[in-house]
Design a protein around this ligand. Structure first.
Ligand SMILES: Cc1ncc(COP(=O)(O)O)c(C=O)c1O
Length: 380
């Protein structure tokens, strides 16, 4: 048994990056050495090649590498012309970056509730939030499952809203057989290390349809300049670095298989947990190819279950314990507890179990056995 599998017998992490690294160690080492030999660290050939490869994966015309998924959202909003006082509709149940990309530009995040089955934005509720200041909507494909892009696109075209897909957790997923990132005006990707395609540091990318938009994003990521030392617009320094791009290019050819493995692990979980009455398994819409960035169950005794799993050496996470409208940073927006009940319930009940492509049946059975045992115990 290899070292990482042996280690997992004791402590099962929610994601095991070491297992993936061990399978690619030599290729990654030589990709890094290649960049060091070339001494081209900023916007070199690996960034350009990765931009083409990701655009192709996402059936998009162009892709622009940036420093993180958060910057991808900020720059997409900037490119779309969103600024001070504009309103942008975002789901209340997401990672905070989805909303703070909006507020950092002086625009106002307007929080929509979510669908209880998919955890994704509820387009019917979002429709009630549109005002004459609404400029954009950001559907998040949470946990690896696409939001309903038919409903979002219909809403956006009714009100002429810009659609910015937050694809941070869903690279390789599809909505009606078309990749996430290809439905909206902009697709924002994160290469945070634990993502389905993860760098060894921060990184991100934005997909767009036109050469003009790609050029404008390239200016924005480099101090607003198309020509060195000539800045035409306010920009920033937000570039995907060459070392990260070289590493990501080693990993990218494996993404399809890794996502398939995640789907297989999800199927094993479904089989093993199906009989547990107290557990609600993740819902998978028939319109999507879910890539299970997370396998997130709902369980009413969530905190108790999490403690019991932890005591047995199984790591789980709560994504996310506080919905965005109740975050202290948005207290000035005057939301109250009870305003967005489905998001608030999700924050109380969601529990993400270990999920990574290298998980074995034994790992899954161990989580299932532990859950079964703890749910059979009386409520404490
Ligand atoms: C839904 C969502 N949006 C945005 C981000 C931000 O990405 P990054 O951490 O690369 O800035 C993340 C990642 O953590 C995310 O999960």
């Amino acid at each position: 048994m290899d070292a990482t599998k042996e280690g997992r017998k004791h402590n099962l992490p929610i994601v095991d990056l070491k297992a993936q690294y061990e399978s690619l160690r030599d290729e990654i080492t030589s990709a890094i050495a290649g960049v060091l030999e070339m001494q081209h660290f900023i916007l070199g050939p690996n960034v350009a090649a990765l931009e083409r490869e990701i655009a192709e994966l996402c059936s998009s015309q162009f892709a622009v590498g940036v420093a993180s998924g958060t910057d991808a959202l900020i720059l997409a909003l900037r490119a779309a012309g969103v600024g001070i006082g504009d309103e942008v509709i975002v789901p209340a149940f997401s990672f905070v970056a989805t909303a703070d990309a909006v507020s950092i530009l002086g625009a106002v995040p307007v929080f929509a509730d979510i669908d209880p089955l998919t955890f994704n934005i509820n387009a019917t509720h979002a429709a009630t939030l549109v005002t004459d200041r609404t400029r954009a909507i950001i559907p998040v494909h949470l946990y690896g499952q696409s939001a309903d892009m038919d409903e979002i696109s219909a809403l956006a075209s009714r009100h002429r809203l810009i659609v910015i897909e937050d694809c941070a957790q869903a690279l390789g997923a599809t909505w009606k057989d078309r990749p996430t990132c290809s439905h909206g005006d902009y697709g924002c990707i994160s290469f945070f290390p634990s993502k389905n395609l993860g760098a060894y540091g921060d990184g991100g990318m934005i997909t767009v349809r036109s050469a003009q938009e790609a050029a404008s994003l390239k200016m924005l990521r480099s101090h607003g300049s198309a020509r060195k030392y000539h800045s035409d617009v306010q920009g920033m320094n937000s570039r995907l670095d060459e070392l990260q791009a070289a590493i990501l290019r080693v990993k990218l050819p494996h993404l399809r298989d890794w996502n398939e493995r995640r789907r297989h692990v999800a199927a094993m979980y479904r089989e093993a947990l199906g009989q547990l009455e107290e557990v609600t398994l993740p819902f998978e819409s028939s319109n999507v190819r879910h890539v299970y960035h997370q396998f997130t169950i709902r369980v009413a005794r969530r905190d108790e279950v999490q403690k019991a799993l932890f005591a047995s050496g199984i790591q789980t996470f709560v994504y996310y314990p506080v919905p965005l409208h109740l975050q202290p940073m948005y207290a000035h927006l005057d939301y109250k507890r009870g305003d967005l009940p489905t998001s608030e319930n999700a924050a109380k009940e969601a529990l993400s179990l270990p999920m990574f492509p290298e998980m074995t049946e034994e790992d899954v059975m161990r989580v299932a056995g532990c859950l079964r045992e703890c749910l059979a115990a009386p409520v404490v």
